[in-house]
Design a protein. Structure first.
Length: 140
């Protein structure tokens, strides 16, 4: 179970009131805010024609990323990359550590990393927090 800070709880409350989606976790950085929403709530979080997510971005005045939750680690990783096609996921476990190697096409590498590396940084932090697993991006 992850402990949330007061700022994270305030962000979750604001996000839920604007979107109506149920938030499972929130991660705040200087550049962005990431929300993990309940499985099936991604459409509600984004809203019709992106109306909800636009309001949330204006409210927080920074990049907002929304990911759908999943109990399955591979599906969760696919959700982290959203519209970026993931070719393969290999999860290696050694002693006390777990590393997920995610294979994407070379042309999709930039989208997988995200603006200023925000998508991959947040993805790593969220995956570590949720599953205790590190994330490595591989492309060919």
């Amino acid at each position: 179970m992850v402990e949330l800070s007061n700022d994270e709880m305030k962000c979750i409350a604001s996000f839920e009131s604007v979107t109506g989606a149920t938030v499972k976790d929130c991660l705040i950085t200087d550049e962005a805010v990431a929300f993990i929403v309940k499985e099936g709530d991604l459409g509600r979080a984004i809203g019709r024609k992106g109306a909800n997510i636009t309001r949330v971005r204006q409210m927080f005045a920074r990049q907002v990323l929304v990911f759908e939750d999943s109990e399955n680690i591979e599906q969760f990783i696919r959700n982290l990359f959203g519209s970026v096609p993931v070719k393969n996921i290999n999860i290696h476990e050694k002693m006390e550590s777990k590393v997920a190697y995610v294979l994407v096409d070379g042309a999709d590498r930039g989208a997988a990393i995200g603006k200023d590396g925000n998508r991959i940084k947040l993805g790593r932090a969220i995956l570590q927090r949720r599953f205790g697993c590190d994330l490595r991006l591989v492309s060919k």
